[in-house]
Design a protein around this ligand. Structure first.
Ligand code: NOJ
Length: 741
């Protein structure tokens, strides 16, 4: 992973230092606390209270104000009507687009394309900037291994390596080459840390993560973006091992500042400092302010414990002014780096228009590359218009521009979307009849009254495309589910249509992996589109009719049922690993079978131990063959690079992209190692019949992990290495890392 091109963000921190110190020395304590306070905007106007607070120097940042005139007016008060004229940070959740909406981050992760993730974030930054926004709360890089958790939609999925690479790409897209550039905004790495491990996939729930697992799995994406110069971090809402993140001194000081030498600033989550007392971690707001300052949460989002208590805490001798100065300096540094002191105001004419053709083209490309083909029996896809006279388009998500956008689209609008039904009509262009039947008013509906129409529509058509899944509101923050089947009576709809014998193509739009076990055998093809964003329709239509081949790969494991969760490919081997030999289903157990007769293995009796679809999986309209896996050595020395090459052959008759994936296993470790870990990937375009050689270079640090003393080391011994198109790749080689002499 190359992080070099953003290193200058660090280098120039020192240039700002002098200006920051000068300003700090002129500030009163109240003005300093003001910089540490973020207020909520009023969405479209400035309330007298907010105007007064800004004027009094009590506000460092405002979030949720997107009217450019209002933002300019707020900046005018801050710059021209306060004693020191310090401009405001204007924050907004621009999670996967502002007006031009990209696929949800989990969908973008399925593209495995750092270029597209970067370009998508650049588009989002430019569009947000037209409204005066200079700070977004993204990327969200919480490792997410529980699809019940609604916020998995906002994440890059289950894998530390993929999340690190894509997290860095998103930061680069938002922040550009310089935060001072017209189209750049400050990014925010969130939620630090461990939020994705919320128990039972219920949002805001407790996370208990052993330190070793935290360092090996949950922290690497945060370290990667810290190294890449992300301007800010956000503390998580959750309790991590008994200490809520917003008061977690170990996390913020020991890990972030001391070990990682992080230079930006840390913001709390919404009201999360006040909530320290709700957790039962502090007894009141005053103690919450104390714990948060002491932990190093530089800015308080929305709640006002800093405003109300820091002065007293200093007077009581509990906090010292030097702590406050450091925190304020962190915030002012980012303001200087953004160039806000020189350019506090926004002139929309300086920036490209929102929703312009170029932005829409990037959104389409991102949607195209994020769709994952999970099943394609008898080559039902792509639809051949020479052989198809009529097409049934069925389902509540076929023509709903809003629901294809997904969670966290504060500013995106359904009216700007291109939906699937319209896009199919465009592509078909009169070459086949199209019969549309919505069948259900929404994805949760249990009303079967239109099923007869839907069945009749399918019956009279050569093929039926079903657009089912989850509406946007069923995933995202605080939108968790305990059952992740298709909601409502969508499974019944599939069953009813399956009786017609018309081939069924299921297009799923959803904010999470759904459990498809009940219906997977009833449909011929499944294209998993996540929530694909503004240009979802044209992208999906191109894939359905073979203008492009699907190329997305799963960034997260698809379980067969909820009882298998947590389920992720990089699990540990255990002392009694599951295997096909040992596997018995409860239906096959003889009555009164002796206790140990089944063998003893890490399996469930009522479901297979494998997932429905593994991590990294995704089909194409062509086939790829992997061969000639070669390593530069099978006896590797410390600090010697390992060069790995493989040939990938496109054996079909269409050109297509493949995502080549490299996995490693360290066979013996001083702490047990996962059965496989992704250590490299590359999206390659391979023409029909062509063979491409793909090369990866691994360093000793790619073999390293945190050991039981929390030292990051590679350990000598045997390694297995696989390359292929998903985590179950079979092409394998081995090598050893030799003892150091
Ligand atoms: C709460 C969410 O957890 C966080 O991700 C978001 O950025 C803030 N609210 C601000 O809206």
């Amino acid at each position: 992973m190359s992080l070099n091109n953003v290193q200058h963000l660090h280098q120039s921190f020192s240039e700002e230092e002098q200006k920051v110190q000068q300003l700090l020395s002129a500030m009163t304590l109240s003005e300093k606390i003001g910089q540490m306070s973020q207020f909520s905007g009023n969405e479209g106007f400035i309330s007298p209270d907010l105007a007064e607070a800004v004027k009094a120097g009590k506000v460092g940042s405002v979030l949720n104000e997107v009217d450019v005139n209002v933002v300019n007016q707020l900046q005018h008060i801050a710059v021209n009507e306060t004693r020191l004229g310090i401009p405001l940070l204007i924050g907004r959740d621009v999670i996967h687009g502002f007006k031009t909406i990209m696929p949800i981050p989990l969908g973008q992760a399925a593209s495995w394309s750092k270029d597209l993730v970067k370009q998508g974030a650049k588009v989002a930054a430019i569009e947000a900037k037209t409204r005066g926004i200079n700070w977004t709360f993204a990327p969200m890089i919480d490792i997410s291994r529980d699809p019940r958790w609604g916020r998995i939609a906002e994440s890059f999925g289950e894998d530390p390596f993929l999340s690190s690479v894509l997290g860095v790409a998103m930061v680069q897209g938002f922040q550009g080459n310089s935060l001072k550039d017209k189209g750049s905004i400050a990014a925010c790495a969130k939620h630090f840390a461990g939020y994705g491990a919320s128990e039972s996939g219920r949002d805001y729930n407790t996370a208990n993560i052993p330190e070793n697992e935290l360092r090996n799995v949950y922290l690497p994406p945060f370290k990667a973006v810290a190294d890449a110069g992300v301007a800010t971090f956000m503390a998580s809402f959750s309790d991590l091992n008994g200490v809520p993140a917003s008061g977690n001194e170990w996390l913020m000081k020991q890990v972030l500042r001391k070990e990682w030498q992080y230079q930006g600033f840390v913001v709390s989550d919404w009201d999360s400092i006040r909530q320290l007392s709700v957790h039962g971690f502090t007894q009141d707001d005053k103690q919450s302010a104390y714990e948060a300052v002491n932990a190093g949460i530089d800015m308080e989002m929305v709640s006002s414990t800093y405003q109300n208590h820091i002065e007293d805490l200093i007077a009581d001798g509990k906090l010292i002014i030097a702590q406050i100065n450091t925190m304020v300096a962190n915030i002012l540094t980012v303001k200087f780096k953004l160039g806000l002191f020189e350019n506090p105001f926004t002139n929309q004419d300086d920036l490209p228009k929102v929703l312009n053709q170029q932005h829409l083209a990037i959104a389409k490309q991102s949607a195209l590359q994020s769709c994952v083909l999970l099943k394609n029996s008898a080559n039902t896809l792509p639809i051949n218009l020479n052989k198809t006279n009529s097409i049934a388009v069925i389902g509540p998500l076929a023509n709903d521009g809003y629901e294809q956008l997904g969670t966290w689209i504060f500013d995106g609008e359904g009216k700007d979307s291109k939906n699937c039904l319209d896009a199919i009509k465009d592509v078909v262009n009169g070459d086949a009849e199209i019969h549309f039947e919505q069948a259900l008013s929404n994805t949760r509906s249990k009303d079967t009254q239109y099923f007869t129409n839907a069945v009749a529509t399918a019956e009279k058509s050569d093929v039926a495309i079903l657009f089912l899944g989850e509406e946007s509101i069923l995933s995202g923050e605080a939108h968790c589910r305990s059952n992740i089947d298709l909601p409502g009576c969508q499974e019944q709809l599939i069953e009813a249509i399956a009786k017609t014998n018309t081939p069924i193509i299921l297009v799923v739009m959803a904010g999470r992996p759904l459990t498809l076990t009940n219906i997977i055998d009833k449909v011929d093809s499944v294209l998993y589109a996540w929530h694909p964003g503004t240009m979802g329709g044209p992208a999906i239509a191109d894939l359905l009719f073979g203008k492009q081949s699907p190329s997305g790969k799963l960034p997260v494991t698809f379980p067969r049922n909820v009882g298998q969760i947590p389920m992720y490919y990089a699990h540990k081997h255990t002392g009694k690993p599951a295997s096909q030999d040992m596997y018995v289903h409860m239906d096959d157990i003889p009555q009164r079978a002796p206790q140990t007769s089944l063998g003893m293995a890490a399996t469930h009796l009522d479901t297979h131990f494998s997932p429905l679809f593994p991590f990294g999986f995704g089909l194409s309209y062509t086939h790829f063959k992997y061969q000639n896996l070669l390593l530069s050595t099978d006896k590797l020395k410390f600090n010697q690079p390992l060069k790995v090459t493989v040939e990938v052959l496109n054996t079909g008759d269409i050109d297509a992209d493949e995502i080549v994936q490299l996995y490693l296993r360290d066979l013996v470790g001083s702490v047990t190692r996962p059965v496989k870990e992704l250590k490299g990937f590359e999206r390659v375009h391979i023409k029909a019949g062509e063979t491409k050689t793909v090369t990866f270079t691994l360093d000793t640090k790619d073999l390293a992990f945190f050991d039981r003393n929390m030292r990051f080391n590679a350990e000598p011994g045997e390694f297995l290495l696989w390359i292929g198109g998903n985590c179950e790749a079979q092409l394998m080689a081995s090598f050893s890392l030799e003892e150091e002499h």
